[in-house]
Design a protein around this ligand. Structure first.
Ligand SMILES: Nc1ncnc2c1ncn2[C@@H]1O[C@H](COP(=O)(O)OP(=O)(O)OP(=O)(O)O)[C@@H](O)[C@H]1O
Ligand SMILES: [Mg+2]
Length: 374
């Protein structure tokens, strides 16, 4: 008879209570966002810690909210400062590659069996990625037909059918830079992905409908058209929240640091007794949203689809009154991304986190990736 206590005898408290802790690290152009998650016994992701640090003060200009272009030494220093401030001890985790220097595009290929397609992809990719194949790491994903934006336009004849493939390529120099940062801060076996993939994981959930993610950072606004959780196209608008600060600084003749604070304090409600304030904000914001609207309607027209919603992420969308402004701008629903919904948060943090939500979309998505991998 098997020993009924065998399991108990082999019981090892370390395996039962072994908790996995991971970090999600988003090194943005203007700020670093870090979150720490722990997987509990029930497989849920618990938020243990989070922190944010403006990178402006590490650059010669020194202004919070502005994009920087820091050396890897400075970035590593800043990341160590975040760990120090938050009391996080670096261990396993995931880091995002920025979309800017990455290549992300959807190509069309003739319909063939999967193996043939997979041999074709690296050759085809060379035609579209403007750097030598040896200089990048290439990844791809064949877009399943049900989610293919082409599905509606596809010919019924199997032979003439086209398939879509999402290509992602990151330059070896970028990979080496982020690996070196991970090494310097003591992050072992970090994993990496392009930032949009992280945002998708944290803000979309099970939504399969066609939608747009709009990430307003400091110098750029990144757009991704997503369906069934798969990217169908991505775009970068070369304007972001720092353009609002700069417009305020010029329009009101105040230093950038002051303009940054005023932007955060008053937003679109404007400064009392100053009619030019809201105007200075509306101009760059209007330009960003009209570019985004154009991308969205081109997509809808091209594929004959209706987008169900626009999800806002990034620090720039936290501007007071921006949600209402965006809702007037788009013909579709607009919502704030709330990545903290995907994790269990301590009750006392809930209000703070709801407001900080959009800017942690990438970091939370990375944390979830790191948890899934372990
Ligand atoms: N409460 C707020 N109100 C208005 N703007 C804000 C607020 N908080 C942050 N911002 C703005 O958001 C921008 C930073 O957003 P975010 O942290 O998402 O950018 P980033 O990740 O550093 O940049 P990128 O994604 O382009 O690399 C800054 O320009 C900052 O001024
Ligand atoms: Mg960002």
């Amino acid at each position: 008879m098997p020993n009924p206590f065998e399991k108990l005898l082999k019981w090892n408290p370390r395996t039962v209570f072994a908790k996995k802790r991971v970090l999600g690290i988003d090194i943005g152009a203007s700020a670093i966002k870090v979150i720490e998650l722990e997987k509990d016994g029930g497989g849920r992701a618990l938020l243990k810690n989070y922190g944010e640090l403006a990178l402006g003060p590490y650059s010669p200009e020194g202004v919070v909210g502005q994009a920087t272009n820091l050396s890897l030494e400075k970035i590593s220093q800043a990341l160590q400062d975040v760990f120090h401030e938050t009391g996080i001890i670096p261990h396993a985790g995931a880091i995002a590659f920025p979309l800017g220097p990455s290549f992300l595009l959807v190509i069309e290929l003739p319909n063939a069996d999967r193996r043939q397609v997979e041999t074709m992809i690296p050759f085809e990719a060379r035609k579209y990625i403007p750097v030598p194949a040896a200089e990048v790491q290439l990844g791809w994903q064949i877009i399943p037909e049900k989610s293919s934006a082409l599905a509606a336009a596809n010919a019924p004849d199997q032979k003439e059918k086209k398939i879509e493939v999402l290509l992602a390529a990151v330059h070896n120099d970028t990979i080496a830079k982020y690996k070196e940062i991970a090494k310097r801060v003591g992050l072992e076996n970090a994993s990496y992905e392009i930032e949009v993939f992280s945002a998708i994981r944290s803000v979309i959930g099970r939504d399969t409908s066609p939608l747009m993610i709009l990430d307003m950072g400091a110098a750029t606004t990144k757009l991704a058209m997503v369906e069934w959780g798969i990217i169908h196209s991505s775009h970068i608008i070369n304007m972001g929240s720092q353009d609002i600060t700069n417009a305020l600084s010029t329009g009101l003749s105040i230093p950038k640091g002051e303009a940054e604070q005023a932007k955060r304090d008053y937003g679109l409600a404007g400064m009392p007794n100053d009619p030019h304030f809201a105007e200075a904000i509306t101009l760059p914001l209007g330009q960003i949203f009209s570019d985004a609207s154009r991308v969205l309607s081109n997509y809808e027209r091209r594929y004959n689809k209706k987008t169900s919603k626009v999800i806002l992420t990034g620090g720039g969308v936290m501007l007071k009154g921006l949600l209402e402004f965006a809702q007037k701008n788009f013909d579709t629903d607009v919502v704030m991304g709330n990545p903290f919904e995907r994790v269990e948060t301590p009750a006392f943090m809930e209000t703070t986190l709801k407001d900080a939500g959009p800017e942690f979309a990438v970091a939370i998505g990375l944390g979830l990736k790191a948890l899934q991998e372990g």
